[in-house]
Design a protein around this ligand. Structure first.
Ligand code: ADP
Ligand code: MG
Length: 267
């Protein structure tokens, strides 16, 4: 229960101080097991403000687990997380500064997570109205802006069932934008879409980076997008980050045998 806010930032957190190029998220020695299966072995991973980080790797290698840990949908068993210079997770628990993550990090999934019985506007405004106590007028204004940013302004009164898959994912992005995130975590959000439609959705992310300075961490198999839009490419292999480099290095010069095999397989 945080106090209603208005103005520069979205939720109960303070404004973000990291500017482009600064480290926004730092994961240090993150570990997670399910039973005796080590899904994250000891993940060290930094993400910079305003960067697009593409995360690739085989199914089951731990990509979603890392994104879910950063979003707070699952807690690591061990390790540390720092967000915008503040320790948000340590000694197996979240610190009070965790509210920064809640305020500034949005996540979008592969399957459509819009409420089917509500129109687009209601889907967008429900959480900010409830969580931030935003007025109807403010929420409407923010929804119009968010929909314009994803090219869906004309669909404000549509129901999800009336939208194509690509349109639904763009609305899902707009819904995340309602909280004015500094970081968007996207888990295979275009996997169910045809390539040209997927490209349009991914292009929205690139625009958000360029125009709003939003950082994006994206799990995808779309190597074309990764090579042209990513600032960093991170390759997961068996619960570890095997490669963390530039797209040019990853796709044209890597010596990592597993990454080479992976790239051959998805080509
Ligand atoms: P990826 O996204 O790279 O496909 P995940 O992070 O989803 O991989 O999963 C890594 C491994 O962890 C997989 O073997 C998966 O079955 C297992 N796993 C993920 N979530 C759970 C869970 N809630 N309970 C048990 N095992 C899980
Ligand atoms: Mg996954």
């Amino acid at each position: 229960g945080s106090a209603p806010t208005s103005g520069a930032h979205s939720g109960s957190g303070r404004a973000i101080s990291a500017t482009k190029g600064d480290i926004l998220v730092s994961c240090q020695g993150l570990q997670k097991s399910f039973g005796d299966r080590e899904v994250m072995k000891s993940i060290d991973f930094d993400m910079r403000a305003g960067d697009i980080t593409v995360i690739i790797g085989r199914s089951g290698s731990g990509k979603s687990t890392l994104l879910r840990a950063i979003a707070g949908l699952t807690d690591p068993d061990d390790g540390r997380m720092v967000f915008d210079g503040e320790v948000v997770f340590e000694d197996q628990k979240r610190t009070p500064a965790w509210k920064q993550v809640d305020s500034h990090v949005g996540m979008i999934f592969q399957s459509y997570t819009l409420w089917p019985h509500m129109d687009v506007l209601k889907n967008l405004t429900l959480a900010p109205r409830k969580r931030l106590g935003m007025t109807e007028k403010d929420a409407l204004g923010r929804a119009e802006k968010a929909l314009a940013e994803v090219g869906m302004a004309d669909h404000i009164h549509s129901k999800p069932v009336q939208l194509s898959g690509g349109e639904r994912q763009r609305v899902a992005i707009a819904r995340a934008l309602m909280m004015q995130p500094k970081l968007l975590l996207c888990d295979e959000i275009t996997s169910a879409l045809d390539p040209p439609v997927a490209a349009e959705v991914l292009d929205v992310l690139r625009r958000l980076k360029e125009e709003e300075g939003i950082a994006v961490a994206l799990v995808t198999h779309d190597m074309a997008f990764a090579s042209k839009a990513a600032d960093r490419v991170v390759f997961f292999h068996q619960g570890e980050i095997a490669v963390n480099t530039t797209p040019d290095e990853a796709f044209n010069h890597t010596e990592d045998p597993e990454l080479k095999k992976f790239i051959e397989a998805v080509r």
